[in-house]
Ligand binder design. Sequence first.
Ligand SMILES: *Cc1c(COP(=O)(O)O)cnc(C)c1O
Length: 387
Amino acid sequence: MSTPDSAPARAERLGDGTVAVRAGLPEPAKNEPTLPGPVFAAHFHLPGEVEGPYTYGRETNPTWTLLERAIGELEAPGQEGVDTVVFASGMAAVSAVLLSQARAGDTVVLPDDGYQALPLVREQLEAYGVHVRTAPTGGDAQLAVLDGARLLWLETPSNPGLDVCDIRRLVDAAHAGGTLVAVDNTLATPLGQRPLELGADFSVASGTKGLTGHGDLLLGYVVCRNAELAAGIRRWRKVVGAIPGPMEAWLAHRSLSTIQLRCERQWTNALAVAEALSGRADVSGLRYPGLASDPSHKTAAGQMRGFGSVVSFTLADRAHAERFMAATRLVEDATSFGGVRSTAERRGRWGGDAVPEGFIRFSAGAEDTEDLVADVLRALDVAGSTA
Ligand SMILES: *Cc1c(COP(=O)(O)O)cnc(C)c1O
């Protein structure tokens, strides 16, 4: 094959699947593999002066470099100056932004309905003298508490409630007041939503979920609007040492080549499950941003390119939800989401989210659509008939 154009130029005009299968790959070189294997090295040969890209394994690794390039191509195709930093987990990435950007006396605005570990980060921020304000994701409620803040944290769609806020509108208001904006893009994945294109300064995510999609590794990343912001995030990674192992980084890169295929099937399945659930009397509180009837649909449709694999709904009570979970055959009872095998859980069992006892967070996998919908409907019938 001939030498491809530079990655950004390529990404601008090609489809998501085409970009995904080549994202982050080095220029083709004779007798070299397409995707070089993981580089296992704590240190690199370093005679004389300390120079060059690879010196010590807590700071840099060639396997991360390729993965960071790949994620950047998917999150912000064609955008100049964007710089990505990978971490050992989503929480390592989340904490890197919040704890490195906020100083004692600063104010940070968080959603009050975000990921269940965010309240722990809040406690840590407050212990360091950072003021924290919160507001719900729905209705862009964070607009009302932005004044004078150093950083606005958005999570849209929110986990597990699937509320959506208007990223562009919140970014414009935040930037007008000198506030930086970070968006947790875990649920959408870079294929479903590109926060940097909507003006955000950071797009942060857990790569553990739909990004890698096989449920076999933990990973996190921060995509930064420019090198200056990225330098602070890299410095934090060096200080804290929350680095991904080369094997995880390589597996993640390999998984990215199928992200478009996985997302396409999983989003189709999520919508099909949501549509099937919407006709049922035993289901309440159904949420999926891709459903035209969903309260988030209009905002979601204006900024998302796909609506994700997660559907949430509520059954009568805890026992009913447990009977549903026990009756499914194709849906694993497990936490996490975004994987090729459908998973679901009664979210209230963790105690961390403000959800009803019968609340189910359902993640559509890559099964055949008819099989998955039939399994869900059959399990609901079983759960209802044995009450
Ligand atoms: C899972 C998740 C995280 C944390 O990711 P880990 O990889 O588990 O550390 C952060 N934000 C959201 C929205 C998540 O779903």
